[in-house]
Write a protein that binds this ligand. Structure first.
Ligand SMILES: Nc1ncnc2c1ncn2[C@@H]1O[C@H](COP(=O)(O)OP(=O)(O)OP(=O)(O)O)[C@@H](O)[C@H]1O
Ligand SMILES: [Mg+2]
Length: 151
């Protein structure tokens, strides 16, 4: 892997029981890259993202990260919502910062920043099951980016 690469996907394949998931995928991501993944429904986008985040493992090939990579550098907002419906918006996002290893006072500050970035500040004390679907998606995105929400 070239030394400036953040991570590389090397000849990766993943198969579901009788169905093809993805086959022989190769690419690399460098620091500062801003990448979009597009494709038809069923093309394999979520499968690839699940492989990169480590939720599933490749049947063939490998995914290699830079040596100083740790998983708390990876923010993930899944296609199917995975948030705590009965916690407040603030506490859902705070959870992301705490799980990334920040102490409570810094985690709270980061949460305020992530809520500002996602324009959710005014909902912070509401339970997420009282929000619209799009607002709930934004809570999940705020939780995914909270660890980098530094002013
Ligand atoms: N859990 C599963 N079990 C069996 N087959 C699956 C499973 N998840 C996905 N597949 C199949 O793998 C292929 C790729 O699915 P994937 O979810 O990666 O597509 P996608 O590009 O994310 O689609 P979408 O745009 O609809 O979200 C599809 O043919 C799908 O039916
Ligand atoms: Mg998908």
């Amino acid at each position: 892997m070239p030394s400036n690469t953040f991570f590389s996907v090397n000849d990766v394949s993943y198969h579901y029981k009788n169905r093809r998931g993805i086959e022989h995928i190769n690419f690399q991501i460098n620091p500062g890259d801003f990448v979009g993944l597009i494709g038809a429904n069923g093309a394999g986008k979520s499968t690839l993202i699940n492989l990169i985040t480590g939720l599933i493992e490749p049947h063939h090939g490998s995914i290699n990260f830079t040596d100083d990579f740790t998983f708390n550098q990876l923010g993930f907002s899944s296609q199917t919502l995975s948030i705590d419906w009965y916690l407040s918006v603030f506490d859902n996002v705070l959870m992301g910062a705490l799980l990334a290893g920040y102490k409570m006072n810094i985690a709270k500050h980061l949460t305020e920043e992530a809520l500002k970035l996602t324009e959710l500040s005014k909902y912070k004390n509401q339970a997420v099951d009282e929000l619209s679907g799009g607002q709930q998606q934004r809570v999940q995105i705020a939780r995914a980016i909270v660890y980098i929400a530094i002013e």
